[in-house]
Design a protein around this ligand. Sequence first.
Ligand code: GLU
Length: 289
Amino acid sequence: MIETPFASAKRIVVKTGSALVAEHGQPRHAWLEKLAFDIVSLRSRGFQIILVSSGAVALGRKSVGNSVSNRLDQKQAAAAIGQLRLMSAIGQAFEPHDVTIGQALLTLGDTENRRRWLNARATLETLLESGVVPVINENDTVATDEIRYGDNDRLAARVAQMMGADVLVLLSDIDGLYTADPRTHPEATHIPRLDQLTAEHDAMATGANADAGVGSGGMATKLAAARIAHAAGCSTLITLGNRDHPLLAIGDGARATLISAATTPANARAAWLAGHLTPEGSIELDEGA
Ligand code: GLU
């Protein structure tokens, strides 16, 4: 059983991957209904939840006639189609609970540029105040290779940082971090909690999630996300998403890896600068300096 960080949390960002929301190019409605149920239950206990969901590309691929291509323009066209299907499926899952969802499509620039960051934050705050569940994805249709996250794990971490979330839940196809990939190393052991992330942990994550197929984030990107969250004073929980009630299961002690927040949460602006993915400019010091 893991020590759940939910007890003291107020705001939680939940990230779900393509393999959870889509299968053979179709939405996994039954699973989404369970996820919606869990989110509604947590909200009724006073938590604010922001959902970051992948799946646009996976749900649109068939309609652009190619289910495997990695060509950027085809993926972007697939996302343009699939994003609508994704939101429609998520909206349907919340309908029985009379809960409204709102879509925010972000690009890297929205979380790197201070003015856009503040603007996005104000919008998401208003959605939360209005009782809406914000559903976020990367704006895949316009984000090109150089200016995109490419994986929603880090996007979710930046959203958690932007919104001052206490917990980031990464729903994965594995129930946490192991000392090695348990699918190829049966002797690998599960790590329930980490207070620091080191290069040693990065080495453990290599390939741990690589064969999931539809999504682009593996365990390595999950740890990169956890690092951003950690510095921003947000704990990260990596747990298995493919179960009936993935969020309620956490409270019931489901196996997970908790990466705790830095004990002294970094000053928000300093953390924002530290988490930059695309450095702009450089400083040169001459001998005299
Ligand atoms: N944003 C992409 C999508 O919605 C997925 C990125 C990822 O797999 O993390 O398909």
